[in-house]
Design a protein around this ligand. Structure first.
Ligand SMILES: Cc1cc2nc3c(=O)[nH]c(=O)nc-3n(C[C@H](O)[C@H](O)[C@H](O)COP(=O)(O)O)c2cc1C
Length: 175
């Protein structure tokens, strides 16, 4: 496969992985994953993100009780919280940050796939009770709001991506 096919294949193969082996993810791989998040585009290049990287087992287990649909954290060997820095906004365009943080989260998932790891995106924003629980758990400063919570680990089993192709959703030149 040439470079283009390898990169496209990585995008097409990304899938949500919710079961993991015990194998730990190296610091080197976590650094690469975070670098992918930071490589995302952002409106006005404000880069309104921070990342909490979780490796501690008890903290991972605690994440499962913070988010009612994040039971996979009991098995995850790492986690990443993508956070919004509300000081990094452009007046009147505060909502842009949602797109920036989504792009960073997706880049993290793509890097995870490329490294042979598995991950799943779970939403914190816009669920008030999840946001508040994480703020309290990590004692976050006033300007830092949790956005997404990603579980990571080596996949327990081989998994195919979902087939989402639906040509009726693609509109060429007109609706
Ligand atoms: C904003 C967002 C929130 C999600 N929240 C959860 C979640 O709470 N728990 C979970 O298991 N998966 C969650 N997912 C993963 C989706 O269920 C998954 O992306 C979808 O079923 C499509 O499957 P795929 O990722 O394998 O293509 C979320 C995905 C997104 C983008």
């Amino acid at each position: 496969m040439n470079k283009t096919d390898i990169i496209l294949d990585n995008i097409y193969n990304r899938k949500s992985v919710r079961q993991y082996t015990d194998k730990k993810i190296t610091k080197e791989d976590l650094d690469k994953i975070i670098k992918a998040g930071i490589s995302a585009p952002s409106g006005l290049n404000l880069q309104p993100w921070h990342f909490i990287v979780i490796q501690d087992k008890q903290t991972l287990i605690d994440m499962a009780s913070i988010h009612e649909y994040a039971g996979m954290f009991k098995d995850a060997t790492a986690g990443i919280i993508v956070l919004y820095d509300t000081k990094k906004t452009y007046p009147g365009l505060e909502e842009l940050a949602i797109q920036d943080l989504s792009a960073a989260t997706e880049n993290i998932l793509l890097a995870t796939e490329a490294l042979g790891l598995g991950a799943v995106w779970t939403a914190i924003h816009p669920v008030e009770k999840r946001i508040n629980k994480l703020i309290k758990y990590f004692n976050l400063p006033e300007n830092i709001i949790p956005f997404s919570l990603i579980a990571l680990g080596y996949p327990l089993k081989k998994q195919e991506p979902l087939d989402k192709m639906d040509t009726t959703k693609i509109h060429w030149d007109k609706w």
